[in-house]
Design a protein around this ligand. Structure first.
Ligand code: ATP
Ligand code: MG
Ligand code: ZN
Length: 270
C-alpha cells in the first residue's frame, strides 16, 4: 500500500475524535497501516487487522462462555424441576454398596437402565423397584434420575405418590395458578417420572383413578415410569390394579425385588 501525504493528514473530524497525528507503520504479519497518535494515549494505535482478529477471538470466547453458562443454567433448571429430595441429591451408583450377588445384580440393572436410557425410553420400558425398607430403592432411583438429567440432557421428575396427589388436587383450587390438565401435562411430559412410596397407604378411588391417568397418559405417549414400593409384586398388583400393572410390564418392563435388610440399621448384607 502506497501512502500519500493526504493519508497522513489529520482532518477536522479525526481531530474532534482526539487524533493528534498519523504516521506510517508496519505490522510484521499484515504489512503497512496508518498508526494514529491519540490524545490521552501514550502508544499509537496498532495494526487494525491484528485488532480485528483479537476482537474475533474475544467474541468467540465470550460466545463459548455464554453457551456454557446457558447450558449450566438449563441443567440447574432441570435438576430443580426434578424435585429429588435433598437427602438423595448426591446419591449416585458409586455410593451404593453391593456386597451380595443379588445386590450387585440390582445395582447393575439400575446402572444399565440409566446408561441405556435412550433405548429404554424409545421402547417406553418401565422400571419397578419393590421391597424392604431402607434397601436403597430411592437412592438408586435418584442416581438414575441424576444420570439421565446430567448425561442425556433429559427431563426426569421425582414425586412421592402423596406429593403427586397433592399436586393434582392442588389444581382444583382456582388460586393455584395451574389447571388440572396442566398438572397432568407436567406429569406426562418428563422423559422419566419416578413415583415413590406407592402402596404406603390404602388408596382412595380418586387416587387410583389419578394414578391410572398419569401412568396411562405416559403409556400412551410411550414414556417410561419408574415405580417404587414397599409392596411385593403380587401385593402391588392388588394395590394398583391389573390395568396399571399391565402397562408397567409392557415391552419387557423390569421389576427388581429388594429383599434384604435395611441399610438404615447398618445391615447391608441381607
Ligand atoms: N446398599 C447401599 N449402599 C449405600 N447406601 C445405602 C444402601 N442401601 C441404602 N443406603 C442408604 O440408606 C438410606 C436409605 O435408603 P433408601 O431411602 O434409598 O431406601 P428405600 O429402599 O427407599 O427405603 P424405603 O422403602 O423406606 O423408602 C439412604 O441414605 C441410602 O443412601
Ligand atoms: Mg424410599
Ligand atoms: Zn497485524
Amino acid at each position: 500500500m502506497a501512502l500519500t501525504v493526504s493519508d497522513l493528514t489529520v482532518d477536522t473530524m479525526e481531530a474532534k475524535l482526539g487524533v493528534l497525528s498519523k504516521h506510517a507503520a508496519k505490522c510484521d504479519t499484515h504489512g503497512d497501516y496508518i498508526a494514529r497518535v491519540l490524545k490521552h494515549s501514550e502508544k499509537p494505535t496498532g495494526c487494525p487487522v491484528c485488532a480485528d482478529e483479537a476482537q474475533k477471538v474475544r467474541d468467540q470466547e465470550q460466545a463459548a462462555e455464554d453457551r456454557a453458562k446457558a447450558s449450566k443454567e438449563r441443567l440447574e433448571r432441570r435438576l430443580g424441576a426434578a424435585m429429588i429430595p435433598p437427602r438423595f441429591a448426591g446419591k449416585d451408583f458409586s455410593a451404593y454398596r453391593a456386597s451380595t450377588k443379588h445386590q450387585r445384580e440390582v445395582l447393575a440393572v439400575c446402572a444399565q437402565y440409566a446408561e441405556g436410557f435412550r433405548e429404554h425410553y424409545d421402547d417406553g420400558r418401565c422400571l419397578l423397584l419393590v421391597g424392604n425398607v431402607g434397601t436403597g430403592k430411592t437412592h438408586l432411583a435418584s442416581a438414575i434420575a441424576d444420570h439421565i438429567i446430567r448425561q442425556l440432557n433429559a427431563l426426569a421428575v421425582y414425586r412421592t405418590l402423596y406429593s403427586l396427589m397433592q399436586y393434582v388436587k392442588g389444581s382444583f383450587d382456582s388460586q393455584s395458578g395451574y389447571t388440572e390438565a396442566q398438572a397432568y401435562e407436567n406429569l406426562i411430559e418428563p422423559h422419566l417420572l419416578i413415583i415413590d412410596e406407592i402402596g404406603a397407604t390404602k388408596q382412595t378411588e380418586f387416587e387410583q383413578a389419578t394414578l391410572f391417568n398419569v401412568i396411562n397418559g405416559r403409556y400412551e405417549q410411550k414414556r417410561p415410569t419408574l415405580v417404587i414400593s414397599n409392596l411385593m409384586p403380587d401385593e402391588l398388583e392388588k394395590a394398583l390394579g391389573d390395568r396399571v400393572m399391565d402397562r408397567l410390564r409392557e415391552n419387557a418392563g423390569l421389576c427388581l425385588v429388594f429383599d434384604w435388610g435395611s441399610a438404615r440399621k447398618g445391615v447391608v448384607n441381607g
